[in-house]
Design a protein around this ligand. Structure first.
Ligand code: SF4
Ligand code: SF4
Length: 389
């Protein structure tokens, strides 16, 4: 259902090929025949192609912007657009994605689905005989292709009605009109059986429905499974692998909801500054940090923090709580200090693990986060020397 109906690649190709190239500009004669390429040597066709590419470029820029809005909010995006030289990364990303979309949709076409897209590869290992897909009814229509056991290849064995009857006996229903082949965007013949290139768009099923409908018969290409076709029974929907997938996905969903309840209403990132420590003349040892606070709540809050697991380490700066409006972040230089001899090691500096608890002073129960960092205590001989000075 994804490839043929929801994938942006398919939708973009339908817009470009069927709407721009075929309906608007008449570069291609019919949507029902996607196999005949326009004559690109004609200047009029080249001019139309330029128009089609320009039209698509506008949509590609919109689609690329839409993608970027996931990372840069639209209100900021339009503000930055007025000053592109100061936002070269965003501009480069935007134009780069748009250029990729133009190259992909205009030149790479369905080759992207056939040779590049990883989804088809993942999908193919999940297929089994009961998977719903586009299936040609060889029982009614007759075999058009047969396996050549010598060459290990599937080869076309039927080219006309006479050969069709010779191979399949009485009354095979396929009219050999090839409507299903002409309409296929990935240029395959569904009568060969399941193929990796098929995006299950069902355009071939629609084409055959018209042909067979005119004869008062049901389409030879249908949305069913090979099990249903071979056995004549119903597709087994609740089989082992489907139940296993449902259980696995349910576990993932429950884990997701559980993690959702653990949402932190503020973000805190702690980095140490490049200076390991500072020893004041009065013997107090200080460590400096940069705390990056972000208020992810929808309300403004006041924040402060404390050192949880070492009562000898206290906060020198900032001295009091500070206000942060909803959605904003702020960098704070934080200095922790101690006037106690925490470690007397004359061989090396000692990093002492500490836990910082930051919280909203107006809602300390809900908005609280704990972060681990270290307080570096100097070598004892260095500390002593410093004091003597
Ligand atoms: S074989 Fe049919 S369903 Fe598959 S891609 Fe071609 S037209 Fe679409
Ligand atoms: S459209 Fe139907 S009848 Fe025509 S070639 Fe395809 S399967 Fe046969």
């Amino acid at each position: 259902m994804w490839c043929g109906w929801s994938c942006p690649q398919t939708i973009f190709r339908v817009i470009y090929r069927d709407l721009f190239e075929t309906k608007l500009l008449g570069l291609r004669k019919r949507i029902a025949n996607k196999q005949i390429e326009p004559d690109w040597s004609k200047p009029s066709n080249q001019a139309k192609r330029v128009v089609a590419i320009l039209l698509w470029s506008i949509l590609a820029l919109v689609a690329a912007a839409d993608f970027i809005w996931y990372l840069v909010p639209p209100e900021d995006f339009f503000k930055y657009l007025q000053n592109p030289s100061e936002h070269t990364v965003m501009m480069g990303f935007w134009i780069g994605v748009a250029l990729f979309l133009i190259a992909d949709v205009v030149f790479m076409k369905e080759n992207f689905c056939i040779y590049i897209c990883p989804y088809a590869r993942v999908q193919s290992v999940m297929y089994d005989d009961d998977t719903f897909q586009t299936v040609y009814d060889y029982k009614r229509g007759g075999h058009i292709y047969k396996e050549n056991s010598e060459k290990h290849l599937i080869e076309k064995v039927v080219h006309n009605k006479k050969e069709l009857q010779e191979v399949n006996g009485d009354n095979p229903e396929c009219t050999l009109c090839e409507s299903c082949v002409k309409v296929c965007p990935t240029h395959i013949d569904i009568r060969k059986g399941m193929q990796l290139e098929c995006i299950n768009c069902l355009e071939c099923a629609d084409a055959c429905t018209k042909v067979m409908g005119a004869l008062g018969k049901e389409s030879l290409v249908r949305w069913t499974s090979y099990f249903a076709l071979d056995s004549g029974e119903k597709t087994r929907v609740f089989r082992f692998r489907v139940v296993a997938y449902i259980i696995a996905l349910s576990v993932v969903l429950v884990a997701l909801f559980w993690m959702g309840t653990k949402k932190e209403h503020m973000l805190l990132n702690i980095n140490r500054t490049s200076q390991l420590y500072k020893i004041e003349p009065n013997g107090v040892v200080e460590n400096s940090y940069v705390f990056l606070f972000q208020n992810t709540d929808i309300k403004d809050h006041k924040y402060y923090f404390k050192v949880l697991d070492n009562k000898d380490i206290t906060i020198k700066r900032p001295k009091k709580e500070f206000k942060l409006i909803a959605g904003k972040k702020v960098k704070k230089i934080v200095i922790l200090q101690t006037d106690k001899p925490l470690v007397k090691d004359s061989k090396k500096d000692t990093p002492i693990p500490v836990t910082i608890r930051a919280y909203a002073t107006d809602d300390a129960k809900k908005i609280v986060v704990d972060r681990k960092t270290v307080f570096v205590y100097p070598r004892w001989d260095v500390y002593q020397k410093h004091l003597k000075k």
